[in-house]
Structure formats: structure tokens, C-alpha cells
Write a protein that binds this ligand. Structure first.
Ligand SMILES: *Cc1c(COP(=O)(O)O)cnc(C)c1O
Length: 414
């Protein structure tokens, strides 16, 4: 038996290396904080800005490079940077592009924590922001000024589901030379191409966002057990700016999380379609109930921005049915109090109370919209309480029965 010291060193510096050429369906999971260089010259000439080689665990491994390439393909872009959450994708973009004295414009119906970041840290760092009415391109146009460096786009709006005129908004920014970043979490890279909005209501060939971010946390992961975000670009210089900020901020992702998303990606189109079909079936049924005053789902006529959704997300490969995420909201008749609507949500059994959608479980959340929207912009016309549904992968008839029993438990209106 060799002495103890030999075993300790031998377990670390072992001569065996596995043969090359291992081929299997899933890529390897490479975990590393450090990466070995063959010699000092290689260490000194290291360059972490591209995928030619490896320099440091934070800057990429074969596993994260592979996921970056697949997400870039999904979004129709060229470069991808992965970050630890969808919100980190938003903050990485803000921090890469904005400095003290600059201004960023956000849609009034943007993902809430992105607005909170502008109202908190960005403000503390001397970066201004304004909210614009995304259903009114003239309002965006009027707010773009000499300090405007970045405009956020999102379709449909968070929770209230208005499908905004994306192509028109992006075109206005392009005309003013202002960079645009689109939060494409709802579309998941499937419903439409964020870099090419030319199919949209404007039909302008090169109208698209400059940056497309996504919370991979939602549909690409699909398991409701991973947090991750992506930032995709086509422009090399813009990518480098984002990559530099990413490197300085230290927004690395874990190999196991990358593995989970890589494993889920092949079924993404099938799952998205299944969520979509079930959601439309339930939305159609619930929207016709007497308790409901307004259905908010962009694929339905009478839902705000339906024509914009139709122009961008139907036709071509998408067919007449088009693509939509499995999300919708309803506004209850104003005769039902907020407390009654809360009790309806509590009465649901299969629909769980929870925010982060995209997984197999159906979810429900009641929202108090007037507190979430800018009163001056008057973008919210309704009086009744709103409930947002995220439809999972359960059998649609079971979900409908659950909605039916919870509506049955609703006390009579005021
Ligand atoms: C969930 C979500 C995010 C944030 O993703 P996290 O990974 O939860 O931080 C950003 N934008 C949209 C539209 C989202 O739905």
C-alpha cells in the first residue's frame, strides 16, 4: 500500500484520462471555477471575449457555450450571454448601456421588477427613467430626448396582456438612433422573432429590437426549478459591451442549471404549443362566463392589441392559429369585491398560487392593477379585480372543472 501522501496527491493528479470521442444525446456537464492553461504563454494571451478557448469558469465552459449557441439560434440572433435570472438579464443590459445623466424609457406595463430597478438603483446612480404608454407610439415618440440611451419593449404587457405595436415602437427608436431591448419571455423565441418584427403591423423589413432578453426560467426551463436569463444580440459591438459588463459584474451561471435547460430545450416547441392550446380553451370558456367582464388574451378579438398580435404571430409557419403563451388574465365584473375574487383564487385546487410561470403546474395570482400602473398615463380603464392565470400541462378538462367549482364557491355579487 502506498504511503498516505502518495494517495492524497494521486487522487488529485491521476494519470488516467478518458478516451476522446464519447458521443451521446446530451452534452457533458463541465463544472469549473478555474481552468488549466498549458503554459505561461497561453495564460498571458488569454482572451475571454469569444468562444475560441477557456479562461475562467465564470466566463464559460463547454456546457454554457453550448447553451448560449442554442439560445442565440432560438432567438434568431448571433451572440448570447447567460445570467442567473431573467431579472439579471434586464439589469445586465441596463448596467452595460446606461451611465449617470442618461435616461431609459420603459413601457408602463413592463415586468414590474424591471421598473423597480429603474426607480431604485438606476435612480441612485443618476440614471433617469420615464414610463411610456406602449399602446400609443406617439407617447413614446414624444418622450425620446437627447438623454435617451435605451428603450425597453415587451409584448404583451405584464399581467394586463395588451399586445403592443412592437414594430412601430422599434421603428421610432431606430429613427432616433436609440438602442432597443425587448423582453421576449412571453414569446419564448417561438411566437415571433424579436430581431425581425417586419411581419408586424408596420411590415418594415429591418424593424427589430437590438437586444432580446428572455427569462429562461419560464418556458425554456419548463420545470419551474431553474432561474436563468439570456441576452441575445446580432451586433458584435453591442454584444461586447454586454459581455464586458457581464464579466465585471460576475453574473455566472451553474453547470447543473445549464444542463437542466439543455435537457428541456428539445421539447420547448411542443410544450409551448400545449400550454397555448389549453390556455385558449380555458380562456374562451372563462371569458364567456357572466362573472367575467373582460378577457385579456392577445389571441382573442376584443382583447387589447389583438390586431398587433395577429399581424406578428400568425401566418407563415405559425399558421392561422398563430402562437401565444399559456397565459391570460380576466377582469371580474366590478360587482364582485376584491375580497370575493381573492376567495375564488383560494378555492382553486389544481391552480396553485404562484408567480413564476412556464412549468407544468397551473398557477393563479390576483393583482391590484391600479397600484401597478402610472396614474398619469391612464392605461388601465377597468374597475373590477384582475386575476392572471398561467396554464400548465394538466388535462384541460380537469382545469376547467377546477375553475367551475371555484366560480361556484363565489358568493353572489354585491
Ligand atoms: C419572470 C420574468 C422575468 C424575470 O425572470 P426571473 O428569472 O424570475 O428573474 C422577466 N421578464 C418577464 C416578462 C418575466 O415573465
Amino acid at each position: 500500500m502506498p504511503p498516505m501522501s502518495k494517495i492524497a496527491t494521486g487522487l488529485i493528479h491521476h494519470p488516467y484520462t478518458a478516451p476522446a470521442g464519447f458521443a451521446a444525446p446530451q452534452p457533458g456537464v463541465f463544472k469549473a471555477s478555474t481552468i488549466f492553461f498549458p503554459d505561461v504563454a497561453a495564460l498571458r494571451s488569454r482572451d475571454w471575449k469569444n468562444k475560441d478557448g477557456y479562461t475562467y469558469g465564470l466566463h464559460g465552459t463547454p456546457t454554457t457555450f453550448m447553451l448560449e449557441e442554442r439560445i442565440a439560434t432560438l432567438e434568431g440572433g448571433k451572440h448570447c450571454v447567460l445570467v442567473p435570472s431573467g431579472l439579471a438579464a434586464i439589469s445586465n443590459v441596463d448596467m452595460a448601456l446606461l451611465s449617470a445623466g442618461d435616461e431609459v424609457l420603459l413601457p408602463d406595463n413592463a415586468y414590474g421588477p424591471g421598473k423597480a430597478l429603474a426607480q431604485g438603483e438606476l435612480k441612485n446612480w443618476g440614471i433617469g427613467h420615464q414610463l411610456y404608454d406602449p399602446m400609443n407610439p406617439a407617447d413614446l415618440q414624444a418622450r425620446i430626448g437627447p438623454k435617451t440611451r435605451l428603450v425597453w419593449l415587451e409584448a404583451p404587457g405584464s399581467v394586463t396582456m395588451e399586445f403592443v405595436p412592437l414594430a412601430h415602437l422599434a421603428q421610432i427608436c431606430r429613427e432616433h438612433g436609440v438602442t432597443t431591448a425587448l423582453d421576449n419571455t412571453w414569446g419564448a423565441g417561438l411566437a415571433f422573432n424579436g430581431f425581425d418584427l417586419g411581419r408586424g403591423e408596420r411590415r418594415v423589413a429591418d424593424s427589430g429590437a437590438d437586444i432580446v432578453v428572455q427569462a429562461l426560467t419560464k418556458y425554456p426551463s419548463g420545470g419551474a426549478d431553474v432561474l436563468m436569463g439570456s441576452i441575445v444580440t446580432r451586433d458584435d459591438a453591442l454584444h461586447l459591451k454586454i459581455k464586458l459588463a457581464h464579466m465585471r459584474l460576475g453574473f455566472g451561471i451553474g453547470a447543473n442549471d445549464a444542463e437542466s435547460v439543455l435537457r428541456s430545450l428539445p421539447s420547448l416547441p411542443l410544450r409551448y404549443r400545449a400550454h397555448d392550446r389549453a390556455a385558449r380553451e380555458l380562456a374562451r370558456w372563462l371569458g364567456n362566463r357572466p362573472e367575467v367582464a373582460q378577457l385579456l388574451h392577445p389571441a382573442f378579438e376584443g382583447s387589447p392589441g389583438h390586431a398587433h398580435w395577429k399581424a406578428l404571430c400568425t401566418g407563415g409557419d405559425a399558421g392561422e392559429e398563430g402562437w401565444a403563451a399559456g397565459l391570460f388574465s380576466v377582469v371580474f365584473d366590478e360587482r364582485y369585491s376584491a375580497a370575493q375574487v381573492d376567495a375564488f383564487c383560494d378555492a382553486l385546487r389544481l391552480f396553485k398560487l404562484g408567480y413564476s410561470w412556464g412549468g407544468p403546474f397551473s398557477l393563479v395570482v390576483p393583482y391590484d392593477i391600479p397600484t401597478m400602473r402610472n396614474a398619469r398615463l391612464k392605461t388601465w380603464p377597468h374597475k373590477g379585480a384582475l386575476v392572471r392565470f398561467s396554464v400548465g400541462l394538466e388535462a384541460a378538462q380537469d382545469l376547467r372543472a377546477d375553475l367551475e367549482q371555484a366560480l361556484g364557491a363565489l358568493a353572489p355579487p354585491r
